[in-house]
Write a protein that binds this ligand. Structure first.
Ligand SMILES: NC(=O)c1ccc[n+]([C@@H]2O[C@H](COP(=O)([O-])OP(=O)(O)OC[C@H]3O[C@@H](n4cnc5c(N)ncnc54)[C@H](O)[C@@H]3O)[C@@H](O)[C@H]2O)c1
Ligand SMILES: N/C(=C\C=C\C=O)C(=O)O
Length: 487
């Protein structure tokens, strides 16, 4: 019997009777692994009503300490059910177990803990002012929850990215209506079980599944009782959601697309740089917004670096995620696979040298129905080639030699996106200088995807709006009010 996933509203999973169901297929072999109830407008209305009612209930009467303790209890229950979350995310995404257990799933608990601690320790500001009568006045700021937050999530790191928004939203006393990606509904449903088990008040956490335009996603973002929208996904989707948010002047927090540069100088720790660029280009089958799709290598080591990266790429082990020998998984869907293969063809049409990959691997019979593509490296393209300028969001990168710091800074900045950069060099004064000049939200030096959750995270240019992380998240998830008292 195929599992059916329904909306989670007001603390309960909704009945499946009468629901319009769509298939969730395994990216590994194409099998239907679950059927998902698409939430119609009426069900989104119910979810929003439940979230608004919860704002006026026990949740709003909790002290910061009590709310923080509840979020720590959520984190502890996630940890207790760690293997269930790993299994669910592997089923949803097809990614190998080591990616889940070491990278993505641990962040679920961490994202609740960090913000539970931030709200307990963040100071509120106060200004004492002089007045003409000499008696003065005292100003102090207070932070209030923004209200019902619409949370629209992508499919590439579903649990990490959803909880990255839920942590601050709930820590600040808001309630949420979550719309997971139609590709990856499983961990959001599992989190509903956790919320119920921990005793988070009904209506605080609500999940409605469905698609984007003219479906559940749009019903959430256009709902007049949604007070703010936090979204992670493609830039063009962000544009559509921003238009929806304009009605009623709702605030938005966006984590959008990227076309991130990796920069390797000749003086870098060579093996560390090869490993770092390999991870940044091919982790999660290249489906990481912070991933590297354009690599600039200082000319003296270009051929050596190209050959070393090629060797690592050709050593990946395709396979089922639960097979611990697997080091490389499929793309999320046939639709996304067609998009990536379209770029593979365009690279060849535009004159690329295919160093390795560029097509579809010969998979065993039981995996032929999966969304598999070869990890791919190109060289030889001009800076205007589509695979050098446009986000592909797949396991591929283009390598280009450079000769100077000024040249490579200009190359890195020559893109509509501005999310992240990874720079490999032992000349640290140069690295700090470059971090000042490259127009991105996050620069890693001799590292990649190393995350301190207290730091500001977000994209510049068309990679996002706002910064989240540590106290920075409070700007979006609370309304700050000033009180002035005449003394
Ligand atoms: N900046 C970051 O931190 C970050 C992190 C992860 C992913 N991303 C980006 O996300 C993209 C991949 O994720 P994706 O394919 O799921 O993105 P997507 O934009 O296609 O979909 C994201 C979510 O938005 C919903 N949606 C789509 N159209 C909508 C609409 N008109 N109204 C309301 N909801 C709508 C979808 O159903 C899904 O839940 C890539 O571009 C990647 O760069 C960015
Ligand atoms: N938002 C974060 C990661 C984004 C990954 C993109 O695919 C994070 O680490 O908080």
């Amino acid at each position: 019997m195929t599992r059916i996933i329904t909306s989670f509203i007001d603390g309960e999973f909704q009945p499946a009777e009468g629901a319009r169901l769509f298939d969730k297929r395994s990216p590994v072999d194409g099998r239907v692994i679950a059927r998902i109830a698409e939430a119609p407008q009426a069900e989104v209305d119910r979810a929003v009503r439940a979230a608004r009612a919860a704002l006026r209930g026990d949740w709003s009467r909790m002290t910061v300490e009590q709310r923080a303790a509840m979020l720590h209890a959520v984190a502890d229950e996630i940890t207790r059910r760690f293997d269930d979350f790993v299994a669910a995310e592997m089923a949803d995404t097809g990614q190998p177990s080591h990616v889940m257990t070491h990278v993505f799933i641990p962040r679920g608990a961490a994202n609740f803990k960090i913000f539970a601690d931030v709200v307990k320790n963040v100071p509120t500001e106060s200004f004492r002012m002089d007045t003409p009568d000499g008696r003065g006045a005292l100003n102090y700021a207070i932070r209030k929850p923004k209200g019902v937050i619409g949370v629209i999530c992508p499919w590439n790191a579903p649990f990490l990215l959803m909880t990255w928004k839920l942590g601050p939203a709930l820590a600040c006393g808001n309630t949420v209506v979550v719309k997971p990606s139609e590709e990856t509904p499983l961990t959001a449903a599992l989190l509903g079980e956790v919320m119920a088990k921990v005793g988070v008040p009904k209506g605080v956490y609500n999940v409605v599944n469905g698609f984007g335009p003219k479906s559940t996603g749009e019903f959430v973002t256009t709902h007049p009782q949604i007070d703010a929208i936090t979204f992670t996904g493609e830039t063009r989707t962000g544009t559509a959601i921003m238009k929806a948010a304009a009605e009623g002047l709702r605030d938005v927090s966006f984590e959008l697309g990227g076309k991130n540069a990796g920069i390797v100088f000749a003086d870098a720790d060579f093996d560390a740089a090869v490993d770092g660029i390999f991870r940044s280009a091919f982790l999660n089958t290249g489906q990481v917004c912070l991933g590297t799709e354009r690599v600039y290598v200082e000319r003296p080591i270009f051929e050596r670096f190209r050959d070393a990266l090629k060797a690592k790429v050709e050593a990946v082990k395709y396979g089922r995620p639960e097979d611990h020998a697997s080091t490389y998984g499929p793309l999320i869907s046939q639709e996304h696979r067609d998009k990536v293969l379209g770029y593979y063809q365009r690279a060849v049409d535009e004159g690329a040298t295919v160093v390795t990959g560029g097509g579809v691997p010969d998979m065993p019979a039981d995996l032929k129905g999966g969304c598999w593509v070869q990890p791919t490296i190109w060289t030889g393209l001009g800076d205007d080639a589509s695979v050098v300028r446009e986000e592909i969001f797949g396991p591929c990168c283009h390598l280009r030699p450079f000769d100077s710091e000024d040249e490579v800074v200009a190359l890195a900045n020559d893109n509509v996106y501005g999310l992240s950069t990874t720079i490999w060099t032992q000349h640290l004064a140069r690295a700090h200088r470059m971090a000042e000049r490259i127009e991105v939200g996050i620069t890693w030096i001799n590292a990649w995807f190393l995350r301190d959750l207290r730091t500001p995270f977000g994209g510049s240019k068309q990679s996002g709006i706002g910064r989240e992380g540590g106290v920075h998240s409070l700007e979006f998830y609370t309304e700050t009010r000033n009180v002035c008292v005449k003394l």
